[in-house]
Design a protein around this ligand. Structure first.
Ligand code: FES
Length: 273
């Protein structure tokens, strides 16, 4: 069993939870994820690591209460424990040698992009972080990002926090200002990642995107997480979750996302009666 040490709401939809899992905390790296189950009959859900503390033996996850399982998870309190907490899964993000990076988080993707920004900052990289949210009340992790970035640019759809507009507008502006990135890393909605990749393509800037399709087993067996990259289908769970943004077929990913959403909606309706 994996005890919950802390849990707090970051906004009305998003929870940050610190889980005691010493083995994983020793090994997990930015970009990798875990699969958890609340109890032995529960659904397995993948969640990307937000932070870890190898000395304390804890792993931090941040999640949005959108499905039946994440809604149950959001109601759990310190002192309760998770039945399974398996990982680290997937590959760490390739960050070695990067000198100037722009890390982009859209919505909850900000929590997933945070450990990469922190790792880069801790290893001497100049890091710009651009985050995008629908509105101010959904903004998360501003203090944490301020502590590990040379520049933090917040964008909101309605202009209620930071600047009004899209993350791609802020990215284009930074490029126009002469920002000489050797890596752009984007984590967020597929549409956002698609347009980040389209923004960097003309400049040939190495661009990584973190794909988060439906995952069932997390071990390459079920085929649920396939992503079209170049001419081949790869598995986000064992080949990713990061891929070259200039090779990912985002339209295919969007089609598959829509296909699965109807299954998820049915599962949620069944679970909630
Ligand atoms: Fe099943 Fe990746 S989650 S193959």
């Amino acid at each position: 069993m994996y005890p919950i040490e802390r849990a707090e709401q970051l906004n009305a939809e998003v929870t940050r939870m610190v889980v005691r899992a010493p083995e994983i905390a020793r090994k997990i790296k930015p970009g990798q994820f875990i699969m958890l189950r609340i109890d032995e009959r529960g659904e397995r859900i993948p969640l990307t690591m937000n932070d870890c503390d190898p000395d304390a033996g804890t792993v931090t996850i941040v999640f949005q209460a959108v499905g039946a399982t994440t809604k149950r998870l959001a109601q759990m309190k310190p002192g309760e424990a998770l039945h399974d907490f398996v990982g680290p899964l997937g590959n760490p993000t390739e960050l070695e040698g990067v000198r100037r990076a722009c890390v982009i988080g859209g919505g909850l993707g900000t929590a997933i992009a945070y450990p990469q920004a922190k790792w880069l900052y801790d290893h001497g990289c100049e890091v710009d972080v651009i985050t995008g949210f629908r509105t101010a009340s959904l903004s998360i992790l501003e203090d944490e990002i301020a502590a590990c970035s040379a520049r933090q640019i917040v964008m909101t759809d309605d202009g209620s926090n930071g600047n009004k507009g899209l993350v791609t507008q802020a990215l284009q502006q930074r490029i126009d200002e002469g920002a000489d990135y050797d890596l752009v890393l984007a984590v967020g909605p597929v549409v956002m990642m698609k347009f980040v990749a389209a923004t960097t393509r003309p400049y040939g800037i190495r661009t990584l995107v973190s794909m988060n399709p439906l995952m069932i087993d997390g071990t390459g067996m079920c085929g649920g997480c396939r992503v079209k990259v170049g001419d081949e289908y790869l598995h986000a769970c064992v080949d990713g979750p990061d891929f070259d943004g200039h090779l990912v077929d985002f339209d295919d990913a969007l089609r598959r996302g829509v296909m699965y959403r109807s299954f998820e909606d049915e599962a949620r309706a069944a679970a909630t009666g």
